[in-house]
Every structure is written in structure tokens, then in C-alpha cells.
Design a protein around this ligand. Structure first.
Ligand code: HSE
Length: 412
């Protein structure tokens, strides 16, 4: 089997490296030789091991019947979308690491692959090197998946861990993550939660077998999380993590991407640095957790190579997986239920009565020398919390005082 790689960046070059270094293992698994024939990129790489394979014209891949598997590691939608579609239409299996592509055009690309008895595979698009897509369509194929909660972005998890454990600034931690090759080309995609949003959309669609419009998923990033939040979290023996969550019930789901204050008892608490962790709850299975390197060159490339082998092993037929065009409706964020961690300006003694009057019994927290305090509510629906928070905040606003400084959902 001949393979072409489109995009010789961090992941693409990792795929070429693994095809070379693990050649014997790959032949054993695939049952035949898997040879890299072309590397498509705008640039030349004269000093690299693939120097003689670099091409600049996509048509060479599209029109070469000897290329049976195409790897897309360019990222973005243009030209990856038209190129991937053209490859499938030309009868080639496609493997991608590109969650933006899968989240935006997965339904159509899966449909083409099905019609043409090909495979469109995207293990590397979620969780980096963690096997999660294949477990969903093979190992958990008989389960009704009810809930998925994941730390799905290595960059933000790295940043939050540095802020938590080392008191690092957001900016410095982001720079380190970028230098280590974890971040997306545009860091906004990581820190504003868009990358996690696409990943939870893909996992939800995989679990439900229906199309998910990622734009319907309420998404918040981590840019508003501060060192003060971590000081309170520390008092609670907790940390702040960016969770992508979906709860599926028949043809409907609730889903969101939000920072969550979470304690040591939560299975995802210990997932630190660039690692990702994904909890899957099935109706028969109960809970299962997937853990590993969520970003980075070789872990992600390893998942791409596993998909190449899956394509080679199933070269004559389409493996049933993915989702159809039938839509899974995503409910409003107002229906999600959490506890809420809230920071308020001023002193606890002045406002404690109003807190309990509005929110019911709450757990209070204060920091030495700080002109503010915090409280943790009981569990309630987001809509209830919003209504109570507006009513609580109103007197502060009337008096031109600060009032609520921060709100973080909590699973404690
Ligand atoms: N930027 C992504 C992350 C890369 O940090 O998780 C892996 O998808």
C-alpha cells in the first residue's frame, strides 16, 4: 500500500518518522508493506528524510491510482476540505488528525466513504495519542453511551496545571505550550475552548451516531481564570480544569465546554500537564476512563499511523462507524446542573445573609488580606443560578460597587 501525506508540519513529519522507525511493527499489523510515496507541502524540505518525496501539486496524488491511503495533517478547512473530498471521490481512504475538518464536514465525508466502500478515519482528531474513537465504534459498540466528560485540550490543561502548581502566568504557560508543539496555529482555538468544542462535538456524534452541530455547544475558554481562583481552589483541595461534557438521552443531548472547579475525588482531577482524560459512561458499562498524551508530535502521529493500518486492514470495505446526517439536538445551557463557585467583593460578614437568602445554604471561603470572599452553592440548574445571581448582584450595581467578581461551575 502506498501512502501520501498532505501537510509536513508537526504531525505530518511525525507520521513519516513513525512509518520509517516502526516499519517492521507496521508490516506485522497491516499484513503488508506500507510505503510513503508522496509528501505534499508548499515548502521544500531538502535536509529531511522525505526530501525526494516532496511534491507541490495535489493533482499528482489525486491522479495516482497507486496511492491508496491519503493522510491529511494540514489543519484548517481550506484546502484540506476540498483535497480530502477529492481523495475520497478518487477512491482513496483518508486518515486525518484535523478536528476542524471532521467537526465541520464529517457527515458529508463519512457518507462519501460509505457509498464508495472506503474509510474516512480520524482517531488523531480527539485526544491526541489516546485511543478513543476506535473504542467508541468497536469496543463500546454495544453500549448506549449516556455521558462523555473530557479534558480534551492539552494546551489549556498544560496552562492550568502550570498556573495551579507553579503559580505561572497565563502568558508564560501558553508560550511554553506553543514551544512544545501542543498549541494550534492560532492559540485562540485552544484558550477560548473552540478546540475542545469540536472534540466534544465529534465524540458526541460518535456516541449518538447522529450529526452534532458544534456551533450549538455552549463554549467558554480559560482566559478569565486567575491566580485568585486557584488560591480559593487550593483551600478546597481542588483545581480548575477545562471540561467538554455531553449527556445524551435518545435523540437529544446537553453539551458544553466550561472551566470546572473539581476536587481530588473526581477521576479527572489527576489529569495534568499536556495529558488528556476522557470519562465515558455507558448504560451497561458504567464508567470507563481513557487517559494519555493529548497533544504533541509523536503521540498524535501514532494515532494517525494506527488509522493507516485500520485502512489497510479494511481496504476492500467500509467499516461501519461515525454518524449519519440525522441531527442530534443540543439542549440549552440553562438546563445543565452544577454547583457554583462565586467570588464577591467586600467582606463575608456584610453579605453572608444575602448570599443565603438568594442561593440557599452555601459554603463560605475567605483569603487572608483579600477584600473579597467566595461561596459555593448547592447543585442547581444554570437558569436558576443566573436568576439568583442577577438578583443578588442588583444592590451592588445600584450602589456602584463591584459585586460578583467571578463564577466557576463546580463538581465537588
Ligand atoms: N492544540 C491541541 C491541544 C492539539 O492542545 O490539545 C491536539 O488536538
Amino acid at each position: 500500500m502506498n501512502v501520501a501525506i498532505m501537510g509536513y508540519g508537526t504531525i505530518g513529519s511525525g507520521v513519516a518518522e513513525i512509518l520509517e522507525k516502526n516499519q517492521e511493527q507496521i508490516i506485522r499489523s497491516a499484513g503488508q508493506d506500507v510505503a510513503l510515496k508522496y509528501v505534499l507541502d508548499l515548502r521544500d524540505f531538502p535536509d529531511s528524510p522525505v526530501a525526494d518525496k516532496v511534491i507541490h501539486d495535489f493533482k499528482i496524488i489525486e491522479e495516482d491510482a497507486d496511492v491508496q491511503v491519503v493522510v491529511e495533517t494540514m489543519g484548517g478547512l481550506n484546502p484540506s476540505y476540498p483535497f480530502v473530498k477529492a481523495c475520497l471521490l478518487a477512491g482513496k481512504h483518508v486518515v486525518t488528525s484535523n478536528k476542524a475538518l471532521v467537526a465541520a464536514h464529517g457527515t458529508e465525508l463519512l457518507e462519501i466513504a460509505r457509498k464508495k466502500q472506503l474509510n474516512f478515519l480520524f482517531e488523531a482528531s480527539v485526544g491526541g495519542g489516546i485511543p478513543i474513537i476506535r473504542p467508541l465504534y468497536r469496543c463500546l459498540a454495544g453500549e448506549e453511551i449516556r455521558e462523555i466528560t473530557g479534558i480534551l485540550n492539552g494546551t489549556t490543561n498544560y496552562i492550568l496545571t502550570k498556573m495551579d502548581k507553579e503559580g505561572a502566568s497565563f502568558e508564560n504557560a501558553l508560550k511554553e505550550a506553543q514551544a512544545l508543539g501542543y498549541a494550534e496555529q492560532n492559540p485562540e482555538a485552544d484558550v477560548e475552548g473552540h478546540d475542545t468544542c469540536r472534540k466534544i462535538a465529534i465524540l458526541t456524534a460518535m456516541a449518538a451516531g447522529r450529526e452534532v452541530d458544534y456551533q450549538e455547544i455552549h463554549t467558554e475558554g480559560i482566559t478569565r481564570i486567575t491566580d485568585m481562583d486557584f488560591r480559593y481552589a487550593d483551600k478546597l483541595g481542588a483545581s480548575v480544569k477545562l471540561f467538554g461534557t455531553s449527556r445524551i438521552d435518545g435523540g437529544k443531548a446537553q453539551a458544553c465546554v466550561v472551566p470546572v472547579m473539581t476536587g481530588k475525588a473526581h477521576p479527572l482531577y489527576a489529569v495534568s500537564d499536556v495529558y488528556n482524560g476522557i470519562l465515558v459512561k455507558g448504560n451497561m458499562l458504567g464508567t470507563s476512563m481513557f487517559y494519555g498524551s493529548g497533544a504533541g508530535k509523536l503521540p498524535t502521529a501514532s494515532a494517525v499511523v494506527a488509522d493507516i493500518i485500520e485502512a489497510v486492514q479494511n481496504q476492500d470495505h467500509n467499516v461501519p462507524m461515525g454518524w449519519t446526517g440525522e441531527k442530534l439536538s443540543i439542549g440549552s445551557m440553562d438546563e445543565m446542573e452544577y454547583r457554583y463557585f462565586v467570588r464577591v467583593s467586600g467582606h463575608q460578614a456584610e453579605s453572608e445573609a444575602q448570599v443565603t437568602q438568594r442561593f440557599g445554604s452555601a459554603e463560605f471561603l475567605s483569603l487572608d488580606g483579600a477584600d473579597e470572599f467566595a461561596f459555593l452553592t448547592g447543585k442547581m440548574k444554570e437558569a436558576d443560578f443566573k436568576e439568583k445571581a442577577i438578583a443578588f448582584d442588583a444592590p451592588f450595581q445600584t450602589a456602584h460597587k463591584k459585586g460578583i467578581l467571578q463564577m466557576i461551575r463546580a463538581e465537588l
